[in-house]
Design a protein around this ligand. Structure first.
Ligand code: FE2
Length: 317
């Protein structure tokens, strides 16, 4: 695996138009260094801000998920502050708390807010909290949104691949996941997935005030090397991206384990195994089957998503 240098750009208040132009043009990730970023958004800030229930995931020493449950938000944040291997994914906060952060990143006000699923209640910022030893597996966002992901407190490692690397990192069919387990030693993965050697990554450690731009379908794997607070502004540069991203998200929700669980069936597993290792003409054939399957299954996925996530209001993540 080769590592490329990520483009690094300093972002000062007042440069929003320039930065917006830059990210709309770039198909590659960019690291923005926000000047004079305050150190106020730490775990204590969020422990004192708001309470309620949250969903969390706990990991074992091998960074495997051992528990997914709910608890009081303040309790889970306290565990993370103690560096327990626990992670909160996509926490939402009320506007008056969000605004304190958004005020420090005027770029987030400048970019048109086109929320995922056209749902403005998803808020301008989603928060990510993690203790040392927690991870987020390699994926790209199923809603195909672009992201501005800012580190607010602590450090974390982000491993990125642009979309051109999908085959080299063994993208699974009909999903936005990689078959490779990036928390395992690279040598071990190489034996099973030899094309990893051809892949080009960006390997970045984020510190407070670092904001990474991920264009749509940018692969990301995250490792919490110490307790960390981060926030994401998810957006679509164009309305057509928002529409296509919603269609893609609806399919995934219905298809995946949260919906019908078709990705857990023996037929899918068998097809996926052949798909990820196929190359050349064979690969083309599998891609055609994948496209036909997408169209054929879509109505059922749409029905399942409406039923589970709209009518029953189950949280999709
Ligand atoms: Fe993501």
């Amino acid at each position: 695996m080769n590592c490329a240098d990520i483009e690094v750009v300093e972002y000062r208040s007042g440069q929003e138009a320039e930065i917006e132009r830059l990210i709309y043009q770039s198909k590659k990730p960019i690291l923005f260094k926000i000047s004079d970023f305050p150190d106020t958004f730490d775990l204590d800030f969020y422990i004192d801000s708001h309470n309620g229930k949250t969903s969390y995931t706990r990991y074992d020493s091998g960074k495997n998920i051992i528990e997914s449950s709910t608890a009081r938000l303040q309790d889970v944040l306290s565990w993370i502050k103690e560096d327990q291997p626990v992670r909160i994914f996509g926490q939402m906060y009320p506007d008056h708390i969000n605004d304190k952060l958004v005020d420090k990143i005027p770029l987030w006000k400048k970019i048109p807010f086109r929320p995922r699923y056209f749902k403005s209640s998803l808020g301008k910022a989603l928060y990510f909290f993690g203790g040392k030893g927690s991870v987020t597996k390699m994926h790209f966002d199923r809603e195909r949104n672009s992201n501005l992901h800012v580190c607010l407190h602590g450090k974390k490692r982000v491993l990125l691949f642009d979309v051109s690397q999908s085959r080299n990192i063994y993208k699974t069919p009909l999903k936005s996941d990689s078959e490779v387990d990036f928390k395992l030693p690279f040598d071990k993965s190489m034996k099973r997935y030899p094309d990893l050697a051809k892949a080009t990554c960006y390997d970045v450690v984020l510190s407070p005030g670092d904001m990474i731009y991920m264009p749509k379908k940018c692969w990301h794997y995250i490792e919490y090397i110490e307790h960390n607070v981060s926030a994401t502004f998810a957006f679509y540069p164009k309305r057509i991206d928002q529409l296509l991203g919603t269609l893609s998200g609806v399919f995934y929700l219905g298809f995946s384990f949260q919906g019908m669980g078709l990705d857990k069936t023996p037929t899918y597993k068998k097809f996926s195994k052949r798909y990820i290792h196929s190359r050349g003409l064979k690969r083309l054939g599998y891609k055609v089957i994948e496209s036909l399957a997408f169209v054929a299954i879509y109505p059922v996925c749409l029905y399942t998503t409406i039923n589970k996530f709209v009518i029953l209001k189950k949280r999709p993540y």
